[in-house]
Design a protein around this ligand. Structure first.
Ligand code: IPE
Ligand code: IPE
Ligand code: MG
Length: 232
């Protein structure tokens, strides 16, 4: 087997909570609650493995179109997790960050997010990046607005200017993107940043995704031949 290569940045499209609950005759919210447990497991596993950035697609711009009851349940879970995870993050040296369209978040959630971001800002083992109210097209749009407002002459714009204007500024692009639940699409996730990412799709539903499945995905990534358009 190929030597295991630990990516610097792993990103996960956490999908399948609803189907996991349905298969058990439970409400969709039960799947989301179990999903939070896996976030904890996978975060710990990534710290242990030496991953530097873990980004998690938690709630997309399109997810606002779900029934209000489900949106409220998801935002409530976010709030509860923030309140409960401080000690573990400090112990594991995890820096908590939330990226996405903050304009759509409630004041109380925003305040809790900002407090945890500030409290963990000195932690340097791993950045845990929650992509919340995020979409790739929105990110590119807000970057375009910033660049236009900067007044930089169009002919001087370079790729690095766009990198720096995206909400992920300063974070290296993910080498590995994992999507659970068998769907094989990007669902408006990081469009610019995944230009050369390796994708691993697994049928495992997110509430069943544990360290074992993470290692399988990393091993699959390790076996890939990354050519970046060149001849090897
Ligand atoms: C992922 O699980 C969580 C979010 C998108 C918020 P889903 O809720 O999409 O679960 P499925 O895809 O319906 O099974
Ligand atoms: C993508 O999952 C978004 C997140 C995982 C947060 P969805 O379940 O919303 O995606 P679609 O609807 O199947 O494309
Ligand atoms: Mg889904």
């Amino acid at each position: 087997m190929a030597e295991r290569i630990i990516p610097q940045h792993i990103s996960i499209i956490m999908d399948g909570n609803g189907r996991w609950a349905k298969a058990r005759g439970q409400q969709r919210a039960c799947g989301h609650i179990e999903g939070v447990e896996r976030v904890r497991d996978i975060t710990t596993a990534c710290v242990e493995l030496g991953v530097r950035y873990l980004s998690l697609y938690t709630f997309s711009e399109e997810n606002w179109n779900r029934p209000a009851e489900e949106v409220n349940a998801l935002m409530g879970l976010m709030m509860k997790s923030i309140e409960g995870e401080y000690d573990t993050m400090m112990r594991n040296g995890v820096r908590f960050r939330v990226l996405g369209n903050r304009a759509r978040l409630s004041d109380i959630l925003l305040e809790a997010i900002t407090n945890l971001e500030n409290a963990t800002s000195g932690n340097a083992n791993m950045d845990m990046i929650i992509m919340l109210s995020y979409s790739g097209k929105w990110d590119i749009l807000q970057a375009a607005r910033k660049l236009m407002e900067s007044g930089k002459p169009a002919e001087q714009l370079d790729y690095s200017d766009i990198d720096a204007a995206l909400v992920t500024a300063g974070i290296p692009d993910p080498e590995l993107v994992i999507r659970t639940s068998g769907e094989k699409r990007i669902s408006n996730y990081m469009l610019w940043q995944t230009a050369y990412s390796e994708f691993v799709f697994t049928d495992t539903l997110w509430p069943d995704f544990r360290k074992e499945q993470l290692l399988e995905a990393i091993d699959e990534y390790s076996s890939r031949d990354r050519r970046f358009g060149k001849v090897k």
